[in-house]
Design a protein around this ligand. Structure first.
Ligand code: FES
Length: 357
């Protein structure tokens, strides 16, 4: 079941330009369910002008804080973010799904790990949670953060990042990059590009000694950094990223078209959810199992519908599907037949899908 819980906003304040931080008052009876791992996110839901609006926001608090805090940056025509920025207030209630997401590595208290992190804008949110948690729990580990913003004013968590530098003196370093203001050191001006990444991987980062890299921001930036880190010798398994939003490139559209060609009409779908079975026949109007099921009256979890957040994750028990996009599941999950239902195009006459996994 797409389980949302009514949770009160315990605090909301402005943080940097166009950004608010929302804290939730998770009631005692839900605390166990709302336990989270650093880097996970919440799905928030609100009916705005009659529309069921759902968005995922990463938790910026650490699980060690016993707090549930997210940062919401307004985007032009962003229905939810503008509502949060302009209307939401302390004491209001939002519908919230328990934390989920795979953007983390396990904490190892005995580790002496060197981590690196790249963020752009609000991509800092999950990294705040990740950095605080590892630095606090692994006394011998270090973190280097490379953080891109437009201007100094738009740096989200600027103060808190400064505090982390003091709290973890010698173990935490931050390098701010700006696109719309000039800094004294030319290298710190402008976006991450191939050239910059090559300098970073040769001089600022000891690739061989890097335990894990975390990247969060727009798709192009993530893929560029991922590819450059790999080219510099960092194994794929050590590179973790979280996309906030993805458009479709030409190449991707081609791949999607190929997947859609394999689609079978009128697939009989069985959904297992909350221990119950729900049956329907895929309507021609929908190409993916999630939309087909929602139209048939099922109540299933989803948020981005863009293959990014993994809220709609499920496992194929029988039959086959092909995913149009997947920016959320790891290779090993795909090998275990996990799919994103919002991207799952049925390619067999019968499909059984389990959401209880
Ligand atoms: S709803 Fe986000 S990946 Fe499907």
């Amino acid at each position: 079941m797409a389980e949302f819980h009514d949770i009160k906003v315990s605090d909301i304040y402005k943080e940097a330009k166009d950004c608010v931080v929302i804290s939730f008052d998770v009631p005692e009876k839900l605390k166990e369910k709302f336990k989270f791992v650093q880097g996970q996110h919440l799905t928030l839901r609100k009916i705005i002008n009659g529309e069921d609006v759902r968005r995922n926001y990463s938790l910026c608090s650490s699980p060690l804080d016993n707090e549930w805090k997210v940062a919401v940056k307004t985007i032009r025509e962003g229905v939810f973010s503008n509502f949060a920025y302009n209307e939401l207030k302390k004491g209001d209630t939002l519908q919230v799904m328990a934390p989920h997401g795979e953007f983390f590595v396990d904490v190892d208290v005995a580790a002496s790990n060197n981590y690196i992190a790249f963020a752009a804008g609000s991509g800092i949110t999950p990294l705040m949670s990740i950095m605080k948690t590892h630095l606090r729990q692994e006394p011998n580990s270090t973190f280097k953060l490379f953080y891109l913003n437009r201007t100094v004013k738009s740096i989200i968590f600027k103060e808190e990042i400064e505090q982390l530098k003091n709290e973890f003196f010698g173990r935490f370093q931050v390098f701010h990059f700006l696109t719309k203001e000039h800094r004294d050191i030319p290298f710190l001006n402008g976006r991450f590009d191939k050239e910059k990444m090559q300098v970073l991987t040769k001089t600022f980062i000891d690739i061989e000694d890097t335990a894990h890299a975390f990247i969060c921001g727009p798709q192009d930036m993530i893929f560029l950094i991922r590819d450059e880190l790999q080219a510099a010798g960092l194994p794929k398994a050590k590179i973790h990223y979280e996309l906030f939003f993805t458009g479709s490139s030409e190449e991707e559209n081609k791949r999607i078209a190929e997947v859609l060609e394999q689609r079978i009409d009128g697939t009989k779908v069985t959904i297992i959810d909350g221990g119950k079975e729900f049956h329907f026949i895929m309507d021609d109007d929908f190409d993916n199992i999630l939309d087909g099921a929602l139209a048939a009256g099922a109540d299933l979890p989803f948020a981005c519908k863009g293959g990014v957040c993994s809220t709609c994750k499920c496992q194929i028990k029988e039959g086959s599907v092909k995913m149009k996009k997947n920016y959320a599941l790891e290779d090993k999950e795909v090998a275990q037949n996990f799919v994103l239902s919002c991207q799952a195009v049925p390619t067999s006459e019968n499909v059984v899908v389990d959401f209880d996994v």
